[in-house]
Write a protein that binds this ligand. Sequence first.
Ligand code: C2E
Ligand code: CA
Ligand code: CA
Ligand code: CA
Length: 279
Amino acid sequence: AKLKGRNQYVFFEALEEQNKSTNVKVEYDFDNAVKNLEFIGNYQPLIDFDSGDVIGAEILVRWQHPKLGLLYPDFFIPILEKSGQIVQLDLYMLKLAVSKLNLWADWLPKQFKLSVNVSTSGFASEDFISYLQEQHLLSAEITSRLCVEITEESLILNVDAVKKHLDILKNINIPVALDDFGTGFSSLSYLHQFSLDYLKIDKSFVDDLNEVSNKVLILDAVVNLAKSLKIKTTAEGIETAEQYQKLKEIGCDLGQGYHIAKPLLDSDFKRFFLNSVSE
Ligand code: C2E
Ligand code: CA
Ligand code: CA
Ligand code: CA
């Protein structure tokens, strides 16, 4: 039904109130969730297009909320970004990633990379970067298996902190991926000044890969320009065999998506990886 005038106002006001109380709840529950280890990681495999091998994974947060059930990041991350608590979550997930790499050290190949997402404020924070520096001193072998995924927003806001932190990561051999490429406004030539290692091409590009669309041409240009800048490309959100084939032909380096595997529980990821090796 169409809402008019005052009714519409009341409707939006009620919606606003409802959102406010959900936000308050998420913020309030967050501290307990950290204490009770309610956040878990799902692990989505990344494959190398040339060999077809699983050469990495991305850790994706899930919240096992005692009352609300399993919550996904698209719901709670925006709220934690507003409250500032995202910085704590980023560090939590980074620590979880490091602990998994320690746990999996004996069966993961040397070149394997586990990618961790970090928010704009998380990447600008001192805690995130100093934790990585500490871990590097403890075990460079473990931290060499990490990759940090940042967004264009991170590069644009906090430019000074970001440049400093990117330099530190370079010095301790932790590669950086630019997430969701193609959704922002930056050109590759602008991004080159930041010394990025991977470009993750957003799913929206992959979705439109058919014969008639000129997305193929754009993608082809992006992949080749990245290549000439020594940046590897990862295609995200591959859902079909056709997309997979096309991206491989274009010359993308890495692939990720439901067609390869969904984000998996840690035990399932281990099984998936070991099966893929024995094939
Ligand atoms: P993202 O970093 O772009 O991660 C990829 C998202 O696409 C994931 O959603 C993944 O489950 C989904 N996906 C992967 N392959 C496919 C596919 O073939 N089809 C479709 N439809 N979706 C696919 P998810 O896990 O819900 O995460 C959403 C976003 O939340 C992430 O987008 C990332 O921006 C953020 N996020 C996740 N974990 C963390 C974290 O630990 N810290 C921070 N700061 N952000 C996180
Ligand atoms: Ca990501
Ligand atoms: Ca992405
Ligand atoms: Ca995204």
